[in-house]
Ligand binder design. Structure first.
Ligand code: ADP
Ligand code: MG
Length: 330
């Protein structure tokens, strides 16, 4: 092996937006035959947008519209209130869902500007959701201050149920309908019962379909791996040309690495591409970890290669580069 060729190879990589951690990485890049793609932020933009806010006593309402004249401003469960309480808690999380909900909350007309919400006891549960104690400021003006504090949870209905929250059939069906349509849906609960649903969408990046075609053309088999619902995963996979049998959904962050290990146990050499904290273990387990440069520091730390521009096509560039560089050496 000539060190010069490898230096030229890694230098060429930098020009292509592929930062390679060390010369030995080129060899593992050359050998990969399987590529596991995280969905949110890797295949998709990772910029979710709230498209619907629903509560049982109100027909679906677009976020941002604000309370209609028909709304009872004091009622606890109308769509604007669902968004307001969810946004207050999600403002403390970095998750793509959280950013979208917080942004929609900021964009919506505040149904109750007199009493801003304060959040204490925030906890993020990776792969599940978030919780916090939400208190209306100036609650002293109302009798029974404790009643003005609600334990608010936002997340997957199954996770909410595990936390002891009652999730009605109506709420489950609202979530199911959104997921069938390819949206990501989270339920919002306070004081022990789910009272609303927020639906979000996250389009595939413009370059992802081409990247999947390039990776397939190089002889790699792409999989889509996500903690999101089967519906949202199906829609994203279809958009980029990954067959449905290679879609793995509803995988908890801790289990993403196990999926990689299972493919390795089948004798495959696995590249993992991801961007999130929830991908770090899978990136470390894989034979080749590729982190989106637009992703979290934790993912970048765990990866062997950084795709600087967050463009999935750079993963194919890395494979082509490794093959060319090592062919020269041999
Ligand atoms: P992905 O693999 O697509 O990046 P995650 O593992 O981060 O997804 O999340 C899986 C699921 O957990 C989400 O689809 C959502 O239902 C729920 N979830 C995670 N974090 C949050 C959050 N901050 N707010 C609401 N729901 C969340
Ligand atoms: Mg992600």
């Amino acid at each position: 092996a000539t060190p010069t060729a490898i230096l030229v190879g890694t230098g060429r990589g930098a020009q292509l937006g592929v930062l390679i951690r060390g010369p030995e990485i080129l060899e593992s890049t050359r050998r990969v035959d399987t590529v596991v793609l995280d969905k949110t932020g890797t295949v998709t933009e990772g910029r979710m947008r709230v498209v619907d806010v629903w509560s049982p006593d109100r027909s679906p309402a677009m976020a941002g519209v604000g309370p209609s004249a028909a709304d009872d401003a004091n009622h606890l469960t109308n769509a604007p209130e669902v968004l307001r309480y969810a946004a207050a808690v999600e403002a403390l999380s970095e998750h793509p869902i959280a950013r979208a909900v917080a942004a929609a909350g900021r964009a919506a007309a505040d149904p109750d500007p007199e009493t801003p919400l304060e959040v204490t006891g925030f906890v993020a549960h990776p792969g599940g959701g978030v919780e916090g104690l939400v208190r209306r400021a100036h609650a002293g003006l109302a009798p029974g201050g404790a009643l003005n504090t609600r334990r608010v949870l936002v997340g997957r209905p199954d996770w909410l149920a595990e936390q002891g929250v009652t999730v009605s059939a109506e709420v489950r069906s609202a979530v199911g309908q959104q997921e069938e349509a390819g949206a990501t849906a989270v339920a919002v609960a306070w004081n022990g019962a789910a009272g609303g649903v927020i639906a979000l969408r996250d389009p595939a990046k413009a370059t992802s379909a081409e990247a999947v075609a390039e990776l397939t053309g190089l002889g790699l088999r792409p999989y889509l791996l996500t903690g999101d619902s089967a519906g949202a995963a199906r829609v994203a996979a279809r958009a980029v040309g990954i067959p449905q049998e290679d879609v793995i959904s509803r995988v908890l962050p801790a289990d993403k690495a196990a999926v990689v290990a299972r493919l390795q146990a089948e004798g495959r050499t696995v590249a993992m591409v991801g961007d999130g904290v929830n991908d770090a273990a899978a990136l470390a387990t894989s034979d080749l970890g590729l982190a989106m440069g637009t992703g979290t520091d934790v993912a970048i730390e765990a990866g062997d290669i950084t795709l600087v521009r967050g463009d999935l096509r750079a993963a194919a560039s890395a494979v082509r580069l490794s093959r060319k560089t090592l062919r020269v050496i041999k």
